[in-house]
Design a protein around this ligand. Structure first.
Ligand code: ADP
Ligand code: MG
Length: 298
């Protein structure tokens, strides 16, 4: 495993920012760490990278325990912290050379990284002269300098304009081809664009951990509906695209359709045509959007 998080709890004074969080990430996965502001994403990432200590639990990175072997963990981890702190007065190359010297990394690596993240044209500019998108690249370059196996990226796309977004996303995807990446965001579409797995966190707890490929393959639509009268299953079966119908309670049904097209209008039509009233109707699709909607109601 590249990352193993085991029963991590973190208190800031009396406030529980993380509540018994566990997950593990295999080598080569690109995982989106998705949750609203204040969910605990940055706290979790600071614990994985060894910048703060958990109140309870353990974290292993490339099989090294962060508590007992922090130095080895940090050798294997590249960290792009939230807000991407940079020395604005420094020149891009100077800044990266400075970082390289701390880790005793040969200068030639700096040249390679500059090319890899697409900073060649900006290498001799002051960081403060750069656009936000290019500044994010400098932060990514700094995180990549020591060629870590695991990358922890804390909201690397926040504050970018749409073009910069596309560029940074494809850069992360490219980097992720031979590294393990955990990357946080509060934007659902971002996860869709970059990741093959999503871990959803809310109020310090993991509320879903899903393989996106599986989620996307799942072309079903589930609707829960309550009518004002009991009806026979054979009538329900006249609704188009229906795969199965379960009478869960009295006048309530769970309908499963073999399409992702919104079938609620068809259910309303069915009720109307049969002189029924629809008392309640809910879609219960298991896709990223519905998971996210459950997490953050509007
Ligand atoms: P996210 O990155 O998902 O927005 P954070 O991990 O930054 O969430 O914060 C989780 C919770 O912990 C929030 O309620 C936040 O206010 C609190 N918190 C974060 N850092 C500190 C800190 N250094 N001291 C006290 N509370 C903190
Ligand atoms: Mg954060």
């Amino acid at each position: 495993m590249s990352i193993e998080v085991k029963n991590i709890t973190k208190f800031y004074k009396d406030q529980k920012a993380l509540n018994n969080v566990s997950f593990s990430i295999k080598k080569g996965e690109i995982v989106g760490f998705l949750g609203p502001n204040g969910a605990g994403k940055s706290t979790m990432m600071k614990i994985i990278t060894g910048f703060i200590t958990p109140s309870e639990g353990d974290v292993l990175v490339c099989d090294y325990n962060i508590k007992t072997n922090k130095l080895n963990v940090q050798k294997h981890i590249g960290y792009f912290p939230e807000h991407n702190p940079l020395y604005l007065e420094m020149y891009v190359k100077e800044y990266l050379l400075f970082n390289a010297s701390i880790y005793k990394i040969p200068k030639i690596e700096v040249e390679k990284i500059i090319k890899k993240v697409g900073l060649t044209s900006e290498a001799d500019k002051k960081i403060k002269q750069l656009s936000k998108g290019y500044r994010q690249r400098v932060g990514l370059a700094a995180a990549l300098l020591h060629n870590p196996d695991v990358l922890i990226l804390d909201e690397p796309t926040t504050g970018l304009d749409p073009n910069q977004l596309i560029e940074i996303r494809s850069l992360i995807k490219e980097i992720g081809k031979n590294k393990t990446v955990l990357f946080s965001t509060h934007i659902m579409q971002e996860v869709d664009a970059i990741c093959n797995r999503v871990i959803l966190i809310n109020k310090g707890q993991i509320i879903a951990d899903e393989n996106l490929v599986e989620l996307k393959k799942n072309q079903e639509q589930i609707i829960e509906v309550e009518f004002d009268f009991r009806i026979e299953k054979q009538f329900i079966k006249t609704i188009p695209n229906l795969k199965s119908a379960d009478n869960i309670h009295d006048t309530s049904w769970i309908l499963t359709f073999n399409t992702t097209k919104d079938m609620r209008p068809a259910v309303f039509d069915f009720a109307h045509d049969n002189g029924l009233k629809t008392l309640k109707i809910n879609t219960k699709n298991k896709n990223l959007e519905s998971l996210f909607q459950e997490l953050i109601p509007n």
